[in-house]
Design a protein around this ligand. Sequence first.
Ligand SMILES: [Zn+2]
Ligand SMILES: [Zn+2]
Length: 357
Amino acid sequence: MKKMEAAYLEKPGKIVVRRIPIPSIEENEVLVRVARCGVCMTDVHMYKGSFPVKMPVILGHEFSGTIEKVGEKVTSYANLTGQIPIKVGDRVSAIPIINCGLCPACLRGKSNLCESVQAIGGAGEIVNNGAFAQYIKLPARVLYKLPDNLSYIAGAFIEVTACCLHGIDLSRIKEGDSVLLIGAGMVGLLLLELVKFQGPSQIIVSEGISERRKLAKARGADFVIDPMRTDPVNEVKEITSGQGADVVIEAVGSPQTTEQAIQMAKKGGIVNIFGVADIKAFSQIKPFDIYFRELTVVGTYAVTLDTFNRAAKLLASGRLGIDYLLTEELPLHELKKAIEMMKKKKGLKKQIVMVKE
Ligand SMILES: [Zn+2]
Ligand SMILES: [Zn+2]
């Protein structure tokens, strides 16, 4: 039996690369040889134990690769790619969510909120093995054929771009709005790139790391705030003539920044809780604030089929600047190092490289 390498999360803080048999596929499945897989903050949460997951498990949900084997009953891609035949050698990514297609959420187009959703290598109640491995088997219907001009690097960016696009949709930014981003890590910066397309009058970024503030400024933020040195709530009020921002996107995931987000929004404004908080964390929020200032508080979880498709097309258009976001490319046995770096907020996106382009 042919073998492959796979990185298992065995218990919080422990990742072990094992040689295991290459998975065999069922008639409705496809075997993909993984080229690249991005490391995500949800991987860090599962590694730390702050997002519970059944272990041992192979994580990794932001991937690209090549089709190696096709099950007997697999014929064409799902409608998202267009009804074209699936072939060995096709370059693909996958939507890391298996939804039922029949529950009320699925029927409303909210595949990410499916009642019996299974995640592939990502954060969810049921988690199937992911792509921090040389091969991954997948149900054919989650496969997404990469546009011809999209590299494996960009292919592994589709999922995270789709998450951000989903967040932008839910933030309902209007041309001329003032938009505040809390956090300019890899996801905060990607959100910044997408906010620019929405025609805001003002982009404000609050970020504690000076390197990241510099990047945010260079990429188009009008104002950057260091929340370690000034009171960010007062600072935002000052920048917005005492009003607060029309839209606040919290992309850190801490109780404190969530509290700030509520205080920084304008009357009638929108607050989007985008960052992944520790599952046990609590914030202190005054209900009166939300009531009296008519705030809309929304959350953003994962991707939908629609946002995945749009993210792939947007990346293929070349209009979205992402090259600077990839700061580390590491082999599989350095996955633990990559996750530790993310914990310490070093660098931006890390990709695990299985096959060099
Ligand atoms: Zn992710
Ligand atoms: Zn469903």
